[in-house]
Ligand binder design. Structure first.
Ligand code: F6R
Length: 366
């Protein structure tokens, strides 16, 4: 049932070209220039008119909400807030009639997310579910939604569900942005093509797994890791750190790269690996200077960079490469080497990567 792979986690990482393809299939037509999502279309008017969108989720799903915040604000010019479901449900949040809530969940059974949307629904919010498990509680309670179609995710660490969520959320943002006119035809078309190319680019990244395995073996005994990213890749830094913590039990933290100077830089010495998600985007020069600062303090720079970026490579001790891609879709690619890095470090440490200690696949109690 692991399809020849040593672990479900590895199988699920390697399934991503197919699962992302399945998620786009039947929805995105790059030639015709259309995105078809019936659940979302039902509420299209309300979404376009909404003053804000609130994303509610936990863990990895919360990270995809953070990426989506940047994408929605850019493409749709709608204010987005991203909430931990557990905090949102208990603090008497301000919810107005007509607010759009997007609940993101792989299992569709996470207790905090479920109760958060139940409460918001009573207050008149429109609930859209971005869920993987068909017919799950969150899917049923949502007014509408879009499934991620990633198939069963068995490894406790979420991998293919995360990229499925990003694919769905990006399609919704593109659809709404295009309908609203906050992105023009050319940019819309370009991004449809970019999304369409993601499955084959993910396959390209996966082909470099042996190289990532070597990097994992080199750093497996580190006590702590720092993950830094900016912009669309900021949440990918958080996700990379979470994957490492869960699977290898190494302490890891993710930060927006510029926050480093406001505290975490005190941790940097020759024993600290710092993983930069430094693919080529609008903020690239900024993150390059953050890399230089870490290097100057003798930190060990490991970076995820765009193919051909010799300058960033020269600042790094080790690099993991992704193909050229628009910054909006880059997180779908840049997270993949980080999933593999966490996996191979966990394996190198002899740990049970499919069932890390203390973790449950879905948290149905608060
Ligand atoms: C991390 C992980 C958890 C889940 C979180 C939310 O690898 O699996 O952080 O992402 O428990 O679960 P869902 O998405 O099922 O609501």
């Amino acid at each position: 049932e692991k399809g020849g792979y040593d672990h479900f986690m590895l199988k699920e990482i390697f399934e991503q070209p197919q699962t992302i393809y399945d998620c786009l299939r039947g929805r995105l037509d790059a030639v015709a220039g259309t995105i078809t999502m019936s659940g979302v279309q039902q509420y299209a008017e309300q979404i376009m008119q909404a003053n804000r969108i609130i994303m509610v989720a936990c863990g990895t799903s919360w990270h995809s909400g953070l990426v989506a915040e940047y994408i929605f604000e850019e493409l749709c010019r709608i204010n987005v807030e991203v909430e931990y479901a557990s905090e949102f449900r208990y603090r008497n949040p301000v919810i107005n009639k007509g607010d759009i809530i997007i609940a993101i969940s792989q299992s569709g059974e996470t207790a905090d997310t479920l109760v958060a949307i139940e409460t918001a629904k009573e207050k008149g919010a429109i609930i859209l579910g971005v869920v993987n498990v068909v017919g799950s509680s969150i899917a049923r309670i949502s007014h509408a939604g879009a499934y991620t179609h990633a198939g069963p995710e068995i490894g406790v660490a979420s991998t293919k569900a995360f990229t499925g969520q990003l694919a769905v959320l990006t399609m919704i943002a593109l659809k709404v942005g295009y309908m609203k006119g906050t992105i023009n035809e050319a940019r819309y078309r370009q991004l449809l093509n970019e999304l369409n190319e993601v499955p084959e680019k993910v396959a390209w990244v996966l082909n470099h797994h042996e190289h990532i395995k070597k990097i994992a073996e080199k750093y497996k005994d580190a006590r702590d890791f720092l993950y830094l990213g900016r912009g669309y890749n900021f949440a990918v830094a958080l996700e990379g750190a979470l994957k490492l913590k869960e699977i290898s039990y190494i302490h890891a933290e993710g930060y927006p790269a510029a926050e480093m100077k406001h505290g975490p830089i005190a941790l940097v010495d020759e024993n600290l690996p710092v993983v930069f998600i430094a693919t080529r985007d609008a903020y690239h020069e900024k993150i390059v200077s953050n890399m230089q600062e870490i290097k100057a303090r003798k930190g060990q720079v490991i970076s995820v960079i765009t193919e051909g970026d010799e300058h960033s490579a020269s600042l790094s001790q080790d690099v993991m490469v992704i193909p050229e891609a628009d910054e909006i879709v880059a997180p779908l690619l840049s997270v993949v080497p980080l999933q593999l890095l966490a996996y191979y470090i966990g394996v190198a440490k002899g740990l049970d990567v499919d069932k890390p200690r203390n973790l449950a696949k879905s948290v149905t109690v608060e």
